[in-house]
Design a protein around this ligand. Sequence first.
Ligand SMILES: [Fe+2]
Length: 395
Amino acid sequence: MKFEFYNPTRLIFAAGALARLGEVTREQGKRALLVTGGGSVKKNGVFDRAVASLNAAGISFVECAGVEPNPRITSVVRGAERARAEGCDVVIALGGGSTMDAAKVMAAAVFYDGDPWDMIYHGQPAPHVPVRSLPIITVPTLAATGSEMNDGAVITNAKTIVKSFVSAECLYPRVALVDPELTLSVPKQQTAFGVCDLITHVTEGYFNGVDGTPLQDRFAEGTVITAMEWGPRAVANGADLEARAQVQWASVVALNGWVQVGVNAAFPVHMIEHVLSAHHDVAHGAGLAVVNPAWMRFAARDRPARFAQFAERIWGVPATFGNEAARAREGIDRFESFLRGLGCPTRLAELGIGESQLQRYAEDALHVAHDRQGRLPGRPSLSKDEIVEVLRAAL
Ligand SMILES: [Fe+2]
């Protein structure tokens, strides 16, 4: 038990909290860069309500619209230039994980004269880890990435086909304004992908962390069970505000640091998925639904007891069911069936990905993250051939 924990983000969680956007923004600045994604917030009225709240509080703003899924570094550059040119003193992200991640890096890029890609970890420590940013306010419109209350962001470089991350203290949002009403119009598929993403944030730590973390195990199990109970309801009936709220809270908790405290885990499933997104622009949660069960089957060979615990505590597999290895497999099968039931893909073929480039994906994953032996960090760490084996099992 040896750890430090820090999370300075003020979380405001309530249906209807969007109405407070102006009030909380006024505490941070006077002129906002308002970052949005593909336009759904304009169609469903969320943008207009946000603007009304800002206007009422006397906040002026300039827009940076059109942040794409798997946000590009080019969007970060565009937003940072606009914030600088317009003299913005606060950044508001109104959108999903992509919008929030891009907005966070824009807020830091405002203070960096070099190429913002320098801030992204890829293969070796980033040339420039940001230490300063404009104050960031996140207003998530999707329950998934947890980016609203953490210090991370994932950005894609379309030129070099690299998708990687930055995490830095200055990227913690000052305020996360989490309003589950904003997720009511999210389509079924995106809702399902979000549930898969949040579960995967938890399973990465659960399976790749150090031993002897009983409280974190229970946090993780509780988060997955909550997502299991409420995720299908949110998918079945998007207008179910209670289900939306429970799923959104689970997504915040899954990656705001609490579940991961002291666990010291690598995120191998994410590292492998990022390569698929970089090459094929697949939705992050969909890629995870394919990679995670395949990775689990591989990793369970080394640690059947851990996976048997997952099966028993979360998926209701009785302790009397076969041996540890059999229980481990049964738990993973049930997890995979759950994902399918939600409407997630679980095979690479469903993402339109074949076997021709598996070696390349493995090399690219290792390019972004590797230990001293050149292996992908995790439990177990993976060689290039082993990453290929995981992906082959998911074809
Ligand atoms: Fe994720």
